[in-house]
Structures are given as C-alpha cells and as structure tokens.
Design a protein around this ligand. Sequence first.
Ligand SMILES: Cc1cc2nc3c(=O)[nH]c(=O)nc-3n(C[C@H](O)[C@H](O)[C@H](O)COP(=O)(O)OP(=O)(O)OC[C@H]3O[C@@H](n4cnc5c(N)ncnc54)[C@H](O)[C@@H]3O)c2cc1C
Length: 485
Amino acid sequence: MAERVAIVGGGFSGLLCAYLLEQLYGDRVEAHLFEEADRLGGRLRTTSLPEVGGDYEAGVAELYDIAGNPHLRDLVRHLDLETRRLTGTPFFVARDQIVRDDRDLAHLLGARGIDQLRRFWDEGTRLRPPERYAQAGQPHDNEHPWSSRTFEEVLAEIEDPAARWFTAMQCHSDLAAEPHQTSGLFGFDNLLIDHPDYCTMYTLSGGNEGLVRALAERVRTPLRTGAAVEAIEANDAQGLRVRVATAEDGVGTLDVDSIVVTLTPPALAGVGWSDQRLASAIDAHLRHHDHAATYLRVTLLFRRRFWDDRFPEDYFVSDAFDGVTVYDQSPTREADAHGVQSWLLGGEAAAQWARRRDTEVVDAVRAAMPDALSDAERHFLTGVVDRWEGPRGVSALPGGVPLQGLETRHCPDRRWPQLILVGDYLYDSTICGALDAVLWAVTRIGQRMGDATPDPLSVFSRPAASGPDDPASGFFHDQALGARR
Ligand SMILES: Cc1cc2nc3c(=O)[nH]c(=O)nc-3n(C[C@H](O)[C@H](O)[C@H](O)COP(=O)(O)OP(=O)(O)OC[C@H]3O[C@@H](n4cnc5c(N)ncnc54)[C@H](O)[C@@H]3O)c2cc1C
C-alpha cells in the first residue's frame, strides 16, 4: 500500500515537498496538499498594480545564490526558469548622503569609523568562512562564538558610534529584527548577503511566484486551496489524522501515515493538536522557535522612473525606518514607463507602522524619500501596502538559540517521527532554508518506506517532469493559481 502523506500548506515548501515525493517515490506515495488560502504560493507572491498592469513582488523579492550551496539555483535551472541578476551592492543613502564607494563611506563615517568597520568585517569574515555560511543553520553553528550572543552585543565591539550605527542600519535593511532580538551570528550572516564572495542575488523573469507555479503545474498531487487544516490528531489507535475545513464540503478528516506541516510558528499555534502530550511537544517547539517578526512592503507607483540618473541599480539601502531596502520594480527600464518603487520595512518600524492605515503608511514612506529624490512628489500616483505579520511574517531568530539537532527540530514528538515540521524558520528565514527543511522531510519519508539513502538532490539534475497529461483531471491554472483540482 502507498504511504499516505498529508502536506499542510501550499507555499514553496508544500509544493516542493509534493513535487519531490512524486519524483523520488512515484506511486509508492499518495500525497494530499491542503492550503488555507484561495491561492497557492504563500509568502511568494507576484501581484499587479491595477493602474499599470505591471507586476511587483509583494513578498519574496530576491533569491539568494549562496557560494558553495547550489541547491536553489539547481532547482531553478531544473524547472527551466529564466533568471536576472540583481545589482545594487553597495549603494546606500545615509544621512542624506549617497554612498557608492569607500570614498563616500569615508566621508560619511570618517577615518576612524572606516577603520573600525574594516576590523569588524575582517573579524566577522574570519569567523564565518564561506563554506560555513553555505551550511547556515546546521547544528555546528552552535560552535560559532557569536551564536549565543545577541547582535546588539556583537555590534558593541564597534566603538565608533557612526560605524556601529551604519552597520546596524545595513543589517536592518535585510532583516526584520532589531539587534537585541537576534543572534550575532544571524545578524552578521545577513550582512554577508552583501558580500560577493558569499552571496549574489537574482529574480525570476516574469516574477518570483513563477517558482511555485512551475512546481504546481508539474505535480499530480491533489492541491486543495480554501482548505484549512484545523486540527492534527495523533493517537495510538487511529494513527495520524488531519481535520480539514473547506467552504464547500464543511469539515472532513483524512487518515494518513505521515504529515509534513509547512506553517510558520504563529500559524502552527492556530492548529488544534491532540493528544495532550503532542500539544505539549508543540508548545515546547513554539517556545524555542517562535520569534515572530513583521515586514511591511510599501509599493509606490510613479508616472515615470524619474530616479534613473541617480539610482540606476535594482535597489538601494536607505537609513529611513532604521534601515530599509528600496527595490526598483518598474515594469521596464524605459525612461517614460511607469516607475514602481518597493520599500521593505522590517523590525520595530514595520511593527509600529502595521498598526496604521495604508494611507498613513504610504505617506510616511513618501516623507522618507531621500533628498536626492526630492522630485518624487511630482511623479507620485499611488501606493499599496502588503502586510506580513503574525502567521504571514518571518522569524527574527531562525533555529532559535541554541540550534537544536535536526531530528528534534523537525520532529517535535518522539512518539510520532512521521509528523514532520518544515519551514524557513528552522534554518535561515529564506527560501534556501525552506528548501533545506523540505530536503530533510522527503529524505525522512523515504527512509520510513525502507529506502536506505534517498537522494532528493538527484532530482534537480534530471530533466523536469512534465505536468499531468489530462487537464481535466489535472491542476487548472489561472493567473492567481487559485483553481482547485
Ligand atoms: C515580505 C517578505 C519578504 C521576504 N523576502 C525574501 C527574499 O527576498 N528571499 C528569500 O529567500 N526569502 C524571503 N522571505 C522568506 C520567504 O518568504 C519564505 O522563506 C518562503 O516563502 C517560505 O515558504 P513556505 O512554503 O515555507 O511558507 P509560506 O509561504 O508561509 O507557506 C505556508 C502556507 O501555509 C498556509 N497555511 C497557513 N495555515 C494553514 C492551515 N491551518 N491549513 C492549511 N494551510 C495553511 C499559508 O496560507 C501559506 O500559503 C520573505 C518573507 C516575507 C514575508
């Protein structure tokens, strides 16, 4: 009999899990995927501004190509997705000065500041060689001297206040957390995103949501959208069971052999867990892993891309909101085309502004426009706010401190090793970490079925699967990926 697997959540992790289970184990697995929302994709969301019809990234804006860790790049190639490299490092607007190179930075920070910054980076890169960065989130990170200190404590080693402030601001532009809320190691890892020996960035032509679309098109697994998993039950008599609520069919249950849960910690907390011991195990997991952080993406539409002569690159970092990355998401680079600017606010600034109305948030971002773009108001048309908080947010401290062994991290209750938790919050709060988590889960399911050494990465070196032949029984796609099987 086939191993019955319930996959909870239809974001990148859930879809990749369905795809890999099919590719690795074929008919030996019978999977069912349940997604609460009426669309697939979760925090990967390419959507459009009605005024221009042009797409922008509401969630994930950049994919990371980490030196020595080619897995995501291999998946993208396997799915035959076209990519475009992002440029913009280093490009800052700080204290209303534009910082493009060391000379500008020396002007901003002074000789002492620059010297201290160099020492900090020398020490940081010495302690974090690229090969360790490529394996971020693995238990050996506990040996790193900055893993058990906060980023605030580590920053305090930079005596020069301007250099310390600049480093905190730079980190904040990539991380939805304040220095005291995260570890020194995770803070520095976020700085290393800007270091070309460690990481480069790219997007997918046609939108990053193409990644989930490419997976969804290829799987035969039934993908149920509008299907919220309300409860996960485990007991000795019945095994594992999911209770699912849909608008059409009401509440139903499905008995399964394994469950892969791909929810964020706040979403996990919203699921009912039985029995009492399982509920306690999930509580313990949440105490270690729930470090919820907020992002606000504020996207501004302008009549034209008026900034090209001053900010020609794909993004820059501003010191507004304690450090924010501003992406150029204009549909084309033509001077007369509409301009789309997307500000990603994180940490406490995002949490505070999240309490305000959209118009107030948009106005705050307009007011934070650097002096170099003082003509912005002449071109401004409208703005939208995408809120990423609570169950849709990210983790400020992925993996928690100390990092747990992988078995404990993924399987919260030893009695039920086939109940597997997956998510970026377990590794590094990015798609790369979500991918690592899925690889672990599908390997575990193969081992349960008796395979000695399942090799999920081997799938990425084969030609991609084609989608179901018979569209009538396959997954119907519309723009929003909301159709159901
Ligand atoms: C604003 C923002 C920007 C980001 N930028 C980047 C970036 O540039 N690069 C990068 O690598 N990463 C980025 N990330 C992180 C990235 O979004 C995640 O790593 C990735 O999307 C995780 O995918 P997932 O499938 O694990 O989780 P999700 O995408 O959150 O999917 C989980 C799914 O579960 C569903 N769900 C929740 N509860 C239930 C339930 N009870 N029953 C059924 N379904 C349920 C949700 O609706 C959701 O679709 C960003 C995150 C945010 C919020």
